[in-house]
Design a protein. Structure first.
Length: 295
């Protein structure tokens, strides 16, 4: 049985509307996945908040839905589309670890070693690189203040924001907004104390994912990320991509192949031409089952 077949199994319990789900993680970055290709009722914010809750739902850092690809996506070769929702119910444009997890399901369903997936910002190319390992090409990365977006024009390579150990940061966009700060000792940084002030700074009208990165050597970073809407995550795929890109732009590393060590494990990042990034890392399954559907 393919893993996506679990998303179409009938509920063993005769109750009102039941939604089958799969829960996966990439380096302990947890996702609840629903297949919505049957054209069922769109999710609302209350559904997302409830499902992601660890108290009354499945528990996850984001909710992902498999959708039919748009006409434009189909022309670009997309097998399916993915939508991404944060725990507050707001939709976001990108998540690296989520893309790898979803890509694994679609690779399994298609029976191929490569698959194209449609995201809000366009299509991404994904391939199987191990039994439970996936590589995805993301980007392009932008440092244009209007794209990120910022509320006004500033030097995005040297942000005029300070909060405790965070200063002289870099603002970037890779389908979602990021602020990366380079620190001397990552273990001494209190993310919960200082990152929210950056995340909620008026310069970021849509908020930002805040990364603290320590340069280990020419091809190695250590990283922690405070994600929107206010979560210290074990891993952030897009955060690892932009931290590597920012380190190269600032001249802090010279290699275009960088190992990024996060609390949940390691991601391998390769900087490609055209400001694009290839990210490779593991995926894993947690459980599957049914949760009560929406009203």
């Amino acid at each position: 049985m393919k893993y996506t077949d679990l998303l179409s199994l009938p509920s063993p319990i005769e109750l009102p509307l039941q939604w089958p789900f799969i829960k996966m993680h990439g380096l302990e970055n947890y996702f609840v996945i629903l297949d919505r290709r049957d054209g069922s009722k769109p999710l609302n914010a209350e559904d997302v908040v409830r499902i992601c809750s660890t108290n009354i739902g499945v528990g996850g850092e984001q909710l992902l839905t498999i959708e039919r690809a748009s006409d434009e996506g189909l022309r670009a070769g997309a097998f399916a589309a993915m939508r991404i929702f944060n725990i507050d119910g707001k939709e976001v444009g990108a998540c690296g670890n989520a893309t790898r997890c979803m890509a694994y399901l679609l690779l399994d369903e298609s029976g191929k070693d490569e698959v194209v997936m449609e995201l809000a910002g366009g299509v991404v190319h994904c391939r199987r690189t191990g039994s439970m390992e996936v590589s995805v090409a993301l980007g392009p990365i932008s440092m244009d203040w209007r794209k990120i977006p910022l509320s006004g024009e500033v030097d995005t390579l040297h942000l005029p924001i300070e909060s405790g150990p965070f200063s002289d940061g870099v603002a970037l966009y890779i389908g979602n907004p990021h602020a990366v700060f380079f620190v001397d000792q990552l273990d001494s940084v209190d993310m919960g104390r200082y990152a929210p002030a950056v995340q909620n700074n008026p310069l970021f009208p849509e908020g930002a994912n805040v990364g603290a990165a320590e340069i280990v050597d020419e091809r190695t970073l250590r990283l922690q990320v405070w994600e929107r809407p206010g979560v210290l995550t074990k891993a952030c795929g897009t955060g690892a991509c932009v931290a590597s890109y920012a380190a190269l732009k600032r001249g802090l590393v010279t290699s275009k192949k960088i190992a990024v060590h996060l609390p949940g494990g390691k991601l391998d990042i390769e900087l490609l031409d055209g400001d694009r990034i290839r990210m490779t890392g593991p995926v894993a399954f947690c459980c599957h089952g049914f949760i009560e559907g929406g009203k």
